[in-house]
Design a binder for this molecule. Sequence first.
Ligand code: GDD
Ligand code: MN
Length: 383
Amino acid sequence: MGMSEATARRIEPQAAALQAPDLTIVIPTLNERENIAPLLQRIDAALAGTRWEIIFVDDDSGDGTPEAVRAIGRVDPRVRCLHRIGRRGLSTACIEGILASAAPYVAVMDADLQHDETLLPRMLGTLRNEPYDLVVGSRYAAGGGIGEWNGTRAQISGLATRLSRLICKTQIADPMSGFFMLKREVFEGAVRKLSGQGFKILLDLLASAQTPPRLKELPYEFRLRQFGESKLDTMVAWEFGMLLADKLVGHIVPVRFALFAFIGCTGVVVDLIVLWAGLNIAHISFLAAQTAATVVAMTSNFFLNNLFTYRDRRLKGLGLVRGLTSFYVISAVGAAANIMLATNVYEGHSGVAGIAWLASVAGVLVGSVWNYAVSSIFTWKRR
Ligand code: GDD
Ligand code: MN
């Protein structure tokens, strides 16, 4: 008998076994206070006869959501709140909620009553009695629906769904669903490979699982939100794009570096345009034109990277000024390294055919890796 088993034995094994839940429902929340009580009522009714628990994972909502959950938890031990401070993210909220549970079956669902809780017992029955590892509440399977969404949102969701299917290793009608249940082993098998980026935890799971899970979809009608508002914004779209790109090409080249390098290329174009304008329109000296071109190109690189590459760490206000300054310094050192290396290679091998090109490419490569590595540490610090 191991130490932990001995300890566990001391706390009334029978009572403990009666209370241990078969199903954990993980519910991420951000400002959902008014939805908590009605949601609990509905889940309790739907799951009568099942031993369940709910873990709300709240990212420090300011509207009293965690307090509302804890108030219920004081009288109902099946309900608790994993309160995260200084953190954000729907995917990581789900991951940490699942990791905080021990139940053999785990479900993820939204707090806003948009997901049909009456599906829960059927999901559980399917996992228990049929050869499936994962059951997904599907808006796009026959019999499901997206409720009363307007045309644009329906179109965007449809497009994102088709894109997502590219990176899934499994056939699925609704890979973007936020409503699903799975066996805990399946989750544990994939958890170390999850990217944790953004909103799409199911998609992440499907793209990361080593062996595709045996999956069944149950159709349901996506309901309209009654209280509170959706947290879907451009940041969510950006994270979705990063997740797709990461799963598609991330094993070849890191997505952020690819973006940074691409923006670097646009910088070369900007540089040449300003140089040309300086020489041919403003008729200034080459030195002046080249200096202006470099500064404009660095500035445009900075703002584009701030908007796209590092959208999740975007600098604003005073941080923008500080960031731009550090970016100038870093880029200047990068440019110096570039020129020195290229000159060195060129002079060391003059006479070799094509050496000028090779030297120049080597310089650009080293310069960009330097800029990328150092700016990711000093300009766009991880928070
Ligand atoms: N902890 C935490 N942290 N929770 C969050 C965060 C966050 O950063 N962002 C959103 N949530 C919670 C919300 O409070 C809600 O309970 C749930 O996650 C979904 O957020 P919504 O803002 O309601 O998203 P949606 O309705 O537009 O989209 C949802 O449904 C779609 C269809 O199932 C999401 O689940 C999508 O992933 C899903 O595709
Ligand atoms: Mn919602």
